[in-house]
Design a protein. Sequence first.
Length: 507
Amino acid sequence: MLQQLGIKEVNPAYSTGLNWGGQNNKHVREIYSPADGNLIASVHMATAEDYDNVIATAEQAFKVWRKVPAPKRGEIVRQIGNKLRENKEALGKLVSYEMGKILQEGLGEVQEMIDICDFAVGLSRQLQGSTLHSERPSHRMYDQYHPLGVVGVISAFNFPVAVWSWNAMLAAVCGDVTVWKPSEKTPLTAIACQHIIREVLAANELPEGIFSVIIGDAEIGSKMAHDTRVPLVSATGSTRMGKKVGEAVGARLGKSLLELGGNNAIIMTEHADIEMALRAVVFGAVGTCGQRCTSTRRLIIHDSIYNEVRDRLLKIYPNLPIGNPLNAGTLVGPLIDKHAVDMFLNALESVQKEGGKLLVGGDILSGEGYETGTYVTPAIVEAENHYHMVQEETFAPILYLIKYSGSVENAIEIQNGVKQGLSSSIFSTNMLETEAFVSHWGSDCGIANVNIGTSGAEIGGAFGGEKDTGGGRESGSDAWRIYMRRQTNTINFSRELPLAQGIEFKI
Ligand code: NAD
């Protein structure tokens, strides 16, 4: 798996020889799999000097890339998509092994990369502006979109490769170059992607700086946020990180695209198809071990069906197959590390102090196959929406059950009553309820689904959320526009020079 992706297992230090530097680095980070605790590889952490070199290389590459016609840029992205197809199995396994999500989800993540490549190829012929009517005779106006330059991509550990591809492939067809700072928890999948990209660029005699990767921690991310050579910073991660990045980029009047934490809810009304809803709830709450930005954290249930839903969940949870994410049949893998386990335990302790009732789960598994201490049993807690812990995003498999009574408006109020605004969904077969949910006075989230859970978005739609989720949109629809600068052009094809608004100015 690692060899196919160009990664050698090297201990104690591993250098890709890529343009992020490496030779002069002092700091080495060891990467252990959360699945079995084994050391996978060690990576050099980039220095400030490496960072400057990477940005300088990217700036040079931009001068070449922006002159390549957009459909030809699309052709390069098409080739990247094909290389990803060839490497889907190996890269999917590495995602699973390094991050801990189950293999099906690892493969799904790579499929998402392939899908966004296809989307970007089509987009490369559709970066359209508008033609506009001028108020002046023999004048014509239009607006067009030009590339921005170096786009910085800061990504989170839980979608170690897909989120980068959403940004990088769109940015590439838009004529930008990207510098990617992956999560320091999952650098190997990023290095593997760089190997794939590198082959395609070399085969087309293009500079590698069109796509660069820099392995570093928050310090390198922060440099990017402050760097005026990076006109757009796309940052995915916690709200805490997003506030810092947004502030730094804003202070220099740069652009930021922020994809931050969620606190996603499913509403089950008295008209819900309970069978279908339960499947969505369980996938949303325990999939990726509760480590998706769109994971279902709150289940808002009508009081008429509350007991039935709770009891059925309590039958499902104890039987969830928890184990090595690479094993067929596993549905719940490990948390990313022991720190995440501590956060899970602290949240459960805290919510119980506030009055929450732990119904199931909340244990650390031990014994054969669970030696890493990163496997936990997903928890269900009866709670109230205003509890401090319910208001926060805990990046772990905790599902809060919240009861509501009366009309769907009461449920929507609870659903909207948090700081975050990423994903939301309603299960109901009543059209009056579902339409209310997606209306302008309904869900306040960037994603509002009907009879589908909160997680598992398709790449065709714009992805992102409101409020503390940061307001950014990436992936499909017209999300590409943020990677470009808009220019309005007025063309005079007469021999007169009339001024706008009829202003007379005779010399
Ligand atoms: P994190 O905030 O700890 O780290 C994310 C990235 O930001 C990492 O690359 C990290 O090195 C970098 N970083 C941290 N502090 C920084 C700073 N001050 N300046 C610049 N960069 C900095 O998040 P995580 O634990 O890796 O990921 C989990 C979080 O990400 C959750 O909150 C989850 O909801 C969120 N997330 C959101 C989306 C989305 O699309 N909305 C997608 C995936 C994950």
